[in-house]
Design a protein around this ligand. Structure first.
Ligand SMILES: [Zn+2]
Length: 188
């Protein structure tokens, strides 16, 4: 009988600690994310922190003699669907595997970049070495972006999206679809 009570006490303590840990975890989660109505309109602007980091990216690249152009930022669901048609129901190469609502661009959490050559033309040449560092400018730029906290599409397995940079704040597309947003969107 005594043994039984001891076991019961031990289990009670374990359960109590688990509940406390979950509460702490859940509190942390709420600090990072905020929930909006999942029928709320998608953001029309870049996430403020992503915008700031994109600006820093262009500046830092310039310091290394690399002229980075941000070619895409936030994207509407309609535009994403148009891009999805490329290389499928329409001509050209496949440029995306995301339909409208499935891309971080739709949530203001991604930008695409390209380079400007010495003539000022926008180029997508990933081997171009305009600053004569011996390393492709594109890869140097991607390194800078990653140091700033971006995930680079060129690191993806399978389809590589070399111009693509995103910050997902640990949110999956599914969670974004369900209405979760990085919470600093609300405060800024
Ligand atoms: Zn992109």
């Amino acid at each position: 009988m005594k043994r039984h009570i001891k076991d019961l006490a031990a289990w009670s303590i374990i359960i109590l600690i688990s509940v406390l840990l979950f509460m702490i975890y859940d509190q942390g989660r709420n600090d990072h994310y905020t929930e909006v109505d999942n029928h709320a309109p998608l953001p029309e602007k870049l996430d403020p922190l992503v915008a700031k980091k994109a600006e820093a990216f262009v500046k830092k690249a310039a310091e290394q003699g690399i002229d980075v152009a941000i070619t895409e930022t936030v994207r509407s669901v309609e535009r994403q669907n148009e891009l999805y048609k490329q290389g499928r129901s329409e001509g050209g190469n496949i440029v995306t595997y995301a339909k409208g609502g499935e891309s971080y661009h739709n949530y203001g959490l991604a930008v695409d970049f390209a380079l400007r050559n010495n003539d000022g033309d926008i180029i997508w040449d990933t081997a171009y070495d305009g600053n004569k560092s011996g390393k492709a400018d594109w890869l140097e730029a991607a390194e800078i972006a990653k140091e700033l906290g971006f995930e680079w599409g060129g690191d993806w397995n399978g389809f590589k999206d070399y111009p693509h940079l995103q910050m997902d704040y640990g949110l999956s597309i599914r969670q974004l679809n369900e209405g979760l947003r990085p919470s600093h969107n609300q405060s800024e």
